[in-house]
Design a protein around this ligand. Structure first.
Ligand code: ATP
Length: 292
């Protein structure tokens, strides 16, 4: 057992399509996700017994409801472990923002505890635990880029496109995912197949083409509830982003920027205007590499 630190990267959805409402109330989706350098950091330290989670960020539960605590309890149960752990979360990813922060903390906990308790990483086993914690958790175990079907947890790895610069803006209010799905009205007509269009752009690592085929079916729902999200998209495009899209159920918007220099300029101009503005870039598979 040793002190361990793990990064938990944010994710964005490059495409998010809703396929159907399931009898269990969830939705089947088709989504292409990518991880970002923007990350939380989780610090694991030994503790006599039980799981303790601490986090100083408002809106993040510092108790058993925290997804990292739930992941740790599940992990201890699955591996029959008695010893305890204290997990401190340094939060950088905005909360309830569509960036998968809680899910990534859970995924990083599963990976981090393998290192912490010296248990070989059995990806299939961790994947099964991850599915019990939430639809985005399996993807965030490895990160990079993947197509997710079903609830988003049936994964088909795609080659990552690391180094795509993004300006990420969060307007500072939370959007609960269940509310967005509740307000979603599924159209009867079929739409463009954005996933098939995006695939060659990803394979060619072509930022312009990737930008052309960004699509999020939840965007109109959240925009109706919060027109501010639409204005952020316009602001990003007006300041030089080549494309912009809301991530997940929102309200965070990301804009692809043509260069880190252009991104820095946009960052300087927009920083004071919103509670959270961050220049970051896409990364490949990461969590295991980030173990220290
Ligand atoms: P989702 O689409 O799953 O809601 P999200 O990225 O929009 O993901 P999260 O940042 O994961 O949102 O937070 C959703 C809710 O989960 C928060 O309102 C918070 O109360 C709860 N939560 C539990 N654990 C965590 C955590 N470790 N970090 C952030 N939020 C957490």
């Amino acid at each position: 057992m040793k002190h361990t630190a793990v990064n938990a990267p944010a994710k964005i959805n490059l495409v998010l399509e809703i396929v159907r409402r399931r009898p269990d109330g969830y939705h089947d989706i088709r989504t292409v996700m990518h991880t970002l350098e923007l990350s939380d950091t989780l610090l694991f330290t030994p503790r006599q017994e039980g799981v303790l989670v601490s986090c100083d960020t408002p809106g993040v539960p510092a108790n058993a409801d925290n997804l990292a605590a739930r992941a740790a309890e599940l992990f201890r149960e699955a591996y029959g472990l008695k010893s305890g752990v204290h997990i401190h979360i340094q939060k950088r990813i905005p909360v309830a923002a569509g960036l998968g922060g809680g899910s990534s903390d859970a995924a990083a906990t599963l990976m981090g505890l393998c290192r912490f308790w010296n248990i070989p990483v059995n990806y299939r086993r961790l994947h099964a635990l991850a599915r019990q914690l939430g639809s985005d958790v399996p993807f965030l175990l490895k990160g990079g880029c993947a197509l997710g079907t079903g609830k988003g947890d049936r994964l088909f790895p795609w080659p990552a496109v690391p180094g795509l610069w993004m300006l990420v803006i969060n307007p500072g209010f939370a959007v609960p995912t269940p509310l967005v799905y509740k307000n979603l009205k599924l159209p009867l007509t079929s739409k463009k197949n954005y996933i098939n269009l995006l695939r060659p752009a990803i394979l060619k690592k072509n930022p312009e083409k990737i930008g052309q085929y960004l699509y999020n079916q939840l965007e109109t729902v959240t925009l109706k509830m919060h027109p501010e999200v639409g204005r952020i998209k316009e602001v990003l495009l007006a300041h030089g982003a080549t494309a912009a899209l809301m991530s997940g159920s929102g309200p965070t918007v990301f804009g692809i920027v043509p260069s880190p220099e252009a991104g820095q300029q946009m960052l300087r101009k927009l920083s004071g205007r919103y509670p959270f503005v961050c220049l970051t870039r896409t990364i490949g598979q990461s969590i295991r590499k980030n173990l220290r």
